[in-house]
Design a protein around this ligand. Structure first.
Ligand SMILES: Cc1cc2nc3c(=O)[nH]c(=O)nc-3n(C[C@H](O)[C@H](O)[C@H](O)COP(=O)(O)O)c2cc1C
Length: 253
């Protein structure tokens, strides 16, 4: 596509370039997806009101978020498996955010690790934390985010139970994708994605694999969340996480 002018253009491009299971993961909601559609509809209702006869010179969207200067008050939200939408996706997104002057939030469920992202950025990014049953692993994640000089910890509160996501189940979502006939065909018709993936070693959940006890290989986000997410998450956890982190804490969800 020679000209990308709108989010819809980007979405069309992604549909063509990204294997179906990952495109669907980003473009779907739980169960009947009614909340997903309602969110989009709500945003469509918001209109800009034009103001006239005001001096338009030197207008700027620059602002501050948690005390950090930003070129506009928008942060990149954490999205799991960004590194499956495009090889090294989280590293590239963090670099783009840095160049544009907005915060980037790395998901716990990212493909590129905290250390991978830190190795290609110069400004601090934010790290999103899911609270899991394995507390040693959570403490270690917090320490790794500190060591990487992340400037905020973003604690997600609303995914202790994963909604049933029909497209993900039907597509057999996993990272890396299982080599079934359907998946092989789906990847083969997207040579650009395959070539980039072949050129990176980052193809699974690198914040977790090799760090969490007993997790040498982890493909499925759904099975990990079912087994590992701590259903007891409460304000008490916010207190110990805040203390261990010792920096800026954002509650999300
Ligand atoms: C594909 C996808 C993956 C996401 N992964 C995460 C995640 O790993 N951690 C998290 O806290 N939120 C995750 N979210 C939620 C987003 O961070 C965000 O809160 C949500 O998409 C609402 O923002 P939006 O209206 O800009 O999409 C994800 C959302 C999408 C669409």
């Amino acid at each position: 596509m020679s000209q990308i002018l709108t989010i819809a253009d980007l979405k069309d491009l992604a549909r063509r370039r990204v294997p179906k299971m990952f495109f669907d993961y980003a473009d779907s909601g739980s169960w009947t997806e009614s909340t997903y559609r309602a969110n989009e509809e709500d945003f469509q209702k918001i209109k800009f009101r034009q103001r006239v006869l005001v001096d338009m010179d030197n207008r700027s969207l620059a602002s501050t978020m948690i005390g950090e200067k930003v070129s506009m008050p928008v942060a990149l939200a954490p999205t799991g498996m960004t590194g499956m939408q495009h090889a090294n996706g989280e590293m590239l997104a963090a670099q783009a955010a840095e160049e544009f002057g907005v915060p980037f939030t790395l998901s716990t469920m990212s493909i590129c690790s905290i250390e991978d992202v830190a190795s290609v950025t110069t400004k601090p990014f934010w790290f999103q934390l899911y609270v899991l049953r394995d507390k040693d692993f959570v403490l270690n994640l917090i320490d790794r985010a500190k060591a990487a000089k992340c400037s905020a910890l973003v604690l997600t509160l609303d995914l202790q139970i994963l909604g049933q996501r029909h497209k993900d189940i039907r597509n057999g979502l996993s990272a890396p994708p299982k080599l079934t006939l359907t998946n092989i065909f789906d990847m083969a018709i997207r040579p650009r994605w395959c070539a980039a993936m072949a050129g990176t070693k980052r193809r699974t959940f690198r914040n977790i694999v090799g760090h969490a006890k007993g997790v040498g290989n982890m493909a499925s986000l759904a099975s990990w969340t079912t087994e590992q997410f701590d259903l007891h998450l409460s304000w008490k956890d916010v207190a110990w996480i805040k203390e261990r982190w010792g920096g800026k804490l954002i509650l999300k969800g």
